[in-house]
Design a protein around this ligand. Structure first.
Ligand SMILES: N[C@@H](CCC(=O)N[C@@H](CS)C(=O)NCC(=O)O)C(=O)O
Length: 230
């Protein structure tokens, strides 16, 4: 049994964020994938909100919430992904706090019930993209949030930028090209091996199967395929 075990739903972006931090630090860990519709008692006992990720350490301690897990790993295991400078660190944390809003804005259309709701959801994307574009402009040269050095901000945004591309391939949205720094950042993160817990093509198929299974408006644009666990 590995020292670190990450309890997961296979396509959960918040689990992916924790897995990315573990991989960036070269920490050996095991996944324990569970089914959202069949959460075992042992999981309910260690996850106060019944959510994944949970990071189980030495079968003794259980940490929950992806931001808390990322901070814990960064405090305990080198290399440090947070910047040394306190102002830069506070700025990184501030942009990481924006991730839930960003996630809802750029991937929320997957949950739209009809075309009007889908369009309304897509309309939220430019504001979110613009805010991050301006942040990247202030940060400097890229291609990562802190330039050449990988940070917890990169790990937090990567799963949602990846899902934006998945959604764009289900029904073209075409907005990211208007935000050149964001596009470079997103492409850089997608190319980075740590972003991926599964082979990319397999993972996109799993994601599409989940969108299809939800029977939301977007589902009609996905051909039938083998269903996968969320
Ligand atoms: N704020 C949490 C969000 C985690 C989360 O929403 N996980 C989803 C799966 S992607 C979940 O477990 N949902 C189960 C539920 O809401 O009952 C984090 O950052 O860890």
């Amino acid at each position: 049994m590995a020292k670190y075990m990450l309890v997961s739903f296979k396509t959960c972006p918040w689990v992916q964020r924790s897995a990315i931090v573990l991989r960036e630090k070269g920490i050996e860990f095991e996944f324990r994938h569970i089914e959202p519709d069949n959460r075992p008692d042992w999981f309910v006992a260690i996850s106060p909100h019944r959510k994944v990720p949970v990071l189980r350490i030495e079968e003794k301690v259980s940490l929950f919430e992806s931001s808390a897990i990322a901070e814990y790993l960064d405090e305990t295991i080198a290399p440090r992904l947070h910047p040394d400078d306190p102002i830069a660190r506070a700025t990184n944390r501030a942009w990481t706090d924006y991730v839930p809003t960003f996630a809802e804005s750029v991937t929320g259309m997957a949950y739209a019930d009809d075309e009007a709701a889908y369009k309304k959801s897509v309309d939220k994307i430019p504001t979110a993209f613009e805010r991050v574009e301006r942040a990247l402009e202030k940060q400097g040269t890229g291609p990562l949030f802190n330039g050449a050095k990988y940070s917890l901000v990169d790990a937090a945004y990567a799963p949602f930028l990846q899902r934006y591309f998945f959604l764009d391939r289900i029904r073209p949205i075409g907005l990211i090209g208007r935000f050149p720094r964001l596009k470079v950042w997103a492409d850089t993160l997608i190319k980075r091996p740590s972003t991926h817990s599964f082979p990319e093509v397999e993972f996109e198929a799993m994601y599409r199967a989940n969108v299809k299974r939800r029977k939301k408006w977007l589902s009609q644009f996905i051909a039938n395929a083998a269903m996968a666990a969320e």
